[in-house]
Design a protein around this ligand. Structure first.
Ligand code: ADP
Ligand code: MG
Length: 403
């Protein structure tokens, strides 16, 4: 068990908080504030406890001088102030006198936000490569470190592992706590029956996840373009579908290893072109015409998946069932959203990335137990890997005397 923000005294303390404010921007305007909104509960809690809150986040990548202006966090600080209804002091620097003076001047319930942590990447990737001096410097500014940025937890950076290694106390924020509870819980100790649904573009992206989940789940339902590599391994014609020939043997091996746990789609929606308004038809999986490509799962597959999901207590889903970006080929993905939304008594988890975007786009944002805020991080977590950004959080004491 990891310590959370509720396990520590915050009153009058300078609390360094790593949040994920990596919001989409266009021409300096935030196009989706969801990540800022998601961070509010942790920030508000710290303020209620009379902490002095110093926020750190990355935004995009900083490789060259031109990225600096493009990726300034200034508009994010403004948006946060608006959402909180209180001042947020934005410091246009990541270290130095400006930063130190701003922190020194803080009163309880004040917020200071530093400039994009990746500004430090311009000169030798100090943030992204976890430069030891940088982590030490940031740690020196505060007394408690709260890591609430799950999206970057799969990489050791100065603003997560670096700070944690140089400060007395590191705890999880509420968002991080939720990710650990649901994704970590599903991987480490799932309530059975445990069904995994895996889709998306490529088998090669998901090898480790499939390998990990066939040992833990009771069933692994395959959909998306990944299904075609599996079909090919069974000797089916896949037409012009996306298929990874280099992984056909691997898929074959997986099917053998899985001992019947892997469930493949029964039918598929095919079209001649990869386009929004291509003429389409539903065919049996083994009968894809040689001049057509599979772009979604068909209705028989949804029926099959429905049966496989009956009675499930834990469901993890990663990867869309079809090309959901085109309305015409979003039916499979929508259908899975609906199946999971209607599933009674199950913990339902979406593992981030495009699948999370699809569920939100299709209007199912509140219908799952948990939609992960991390793409790559949730994938690696589902693979059973130790994520450095979680590992660096203090463990709860199990002596029985401490709370
Ligand atoms: P996630 O980000 O959830 O892990 P992936 O990145 O693996 O998912 O895959 C998402 C992409 O897979 C989407 O852009 C979707 O269009 C694509 N995809 C799903 N099914 C197919 C298919 N049958 N043919 C081509 N692309 C597909
Ligand atoms: Mg993706």
């Amino acid at each position: 068990m990891k310590k959370t923000i509720k396990d520590v005294e915050l009153k009058n303390k300078v609390v360094l908080m790593r949040v994920d404010f990596n919001v989409p921007m266009k021409d300096g305007v935030i196009t989706d504030s969801n990540r800022i909104i998601q961070a509010l509960p942790t920030i508000k809690y710290a303020l209620e406890q009379d902490a002095k809150v110093v926020l750190l986040s990355h935004l995009g990548r900083v490789k060259e001088e031109a990225d600096l202006k493009k990726n300034t966090l200034a508009p994010v600080a403004k948006k946060l102030a608006e959402l909180l209804g209180q001042d947020v002091k934005f410091v246009p620097a990541t270290r130095g006198e400006l930063v130190e003076e701003a922190v020194k001047a803080m009163q309880p319930k004040d917020i200071v936000m530093l400039e994009n942590t990746r500004y430090e990447d311009l000169d030798g990737k100090k943030e992204s490569k976890n430069d030891p001096e940088l982590g030490k410097y940031w740690a020196s500014l505060g007394e408690v470190f709260v890591n609430d940025a799950f999206g970057t937890a799969h990489r050791a950076a100065a603003s997560n592992v670096g700070i944690a290694s140089n400060i007395e106390t590191t705890v999880a924020g509420f968002l991080m706590e939720k990710e650990i509870k649901f994704i970590g819980g599903a991987v480490d100790d799932p309530v059975h029956p445990f069904v995994a649904i895996l889709g998306g573009a490529k088998v090669s992206d998901k090898i480790s996840v499939i390998e990990s989940l066939i040992t833990k789940a009771d069933k692994v339902l395959i959909c998306g373009a990944m299904a075609y590599t599996f079909y090919k391994s069974l000797g089916y014609e896949v037409g012009t579908s996306k298929c990874e020939d280099d992984f056909v043997e691997f898929a074959k091996g997986l099917l053998e290893k899985a001992n019947g746990k892997i469930v493949l789609p029964l039918d598929t929606v095919v079209a001649k072109e990869f386009s929004e308004d291509a003429d389409s038809e539903v065919v049996e999986s083994s009968k894809i015409p040689s001049d057509k490509m599979g772009l979604d799962i068909g209705p028989k597959t949804l029926e099959l998946f429905k049966k496989q999901l009956e009675g499930a207590k834990t469901v993890v889903w990663n990867g869309p069932a079809g090309v959901f970006e085109f309305d015409k080929f979003a039916k499979g993905t929508n259908g899975i959203c609906k199946l999971l939304a209607e599933l009674k008594g199950a913990v339902t988890i979406i593992g981030g990335g495009d699948s999370a975007a699809a569920a939100i786009k299709l209007g199912y944002e509140d219908k799952f137990t948990h939609i992960s805020t991390g793409g790559g991080a949730s994938l690696e977590y589902l693979e059973g890997k130790v994520l450095p950004g979680i590992d660096c959080i203090d463990d709860k004491c199990t002596c029985g005397h401490c709370h």
